[in-house]
Design a protein around this ligand. Sequence first.
Ligand code: 15L
Length: 269
Amino acid sequence: MGENFVARNILITGAAGEIGSVLRKGLAGRFDLLRLTDIKPLGPAGIGEEVCEADMQDQGAMASVMKDIDCVVHLAGIPLEDSWENILPANVIGCAHVFEAARIAGVRRVVFASSNHAIGFYHRDQRIDANVVTRPDSRYGVSKVFGEAIGRLYADKYGLSVSCLRIGSFRSRPEDRRQLMTWISPRDTVHLVERCIVHPDYHYFIVYGVSNNDQNMWDNSEVEWLGYRPRDNAEKFALDIMARGEEEDPVAKAYHGGSFCSAEFSVTS
Ligand code: 15L
């Protein structure tokens, strides 16, 4: 990136969503400006905030929200499996618009909310790092692989600084057995995103968005330098969850992506 990066003005897309709302609170007062966009209502702007309704499909609107921004945190999109008709415009075209608008506006950094579903078809007995080949488990997962790829292109070709967060299960507390492995707490999420915003110099990397879970399957040791030190551990909730005696179906249970893998699964051996 050349000289060290200083993040003053931050844009969050999808700021009315679950992660966006937590970041809005958690990052309040940390930067000169938090500009928040969504297609859903965001309420009135607080101190240090600007709110604007903007649709990622609308290139003109995207261009105007990028003005004077140092770093975009791109969360907007469909957060679950859906039809191609819905995934393509929201998660593929919309994501391309965001990167392109950022490039044209001279934004230096994009923090992209990817997902563990980019690698969902790895077996649970395999602990993986971010160098593995992607194995998306859904149309949604494919859209996240696309986002990671466009991020890589914009880093290598145009010199943007890009991080991709393969977020696990963002919940206030883990809700099932799988989430004992995949949970990321709100507090750790704010810390991770903040590290990705403020780190003075990086080109491109992928990090797993996961708390300090005893049963974690994702290895972030190559990105120690980022300073992400998660403090929460899903194991604290394990007794409660195990006592419920709920079982995942055999396909979901075999893979990192859980029910995203078993949905529509039709391989017969
Ligand atoms: C995701 O990417 C989804 O957005 C979220 O709702 C969860 O389902 C999560 O992954 C997960 O894997 O648990």
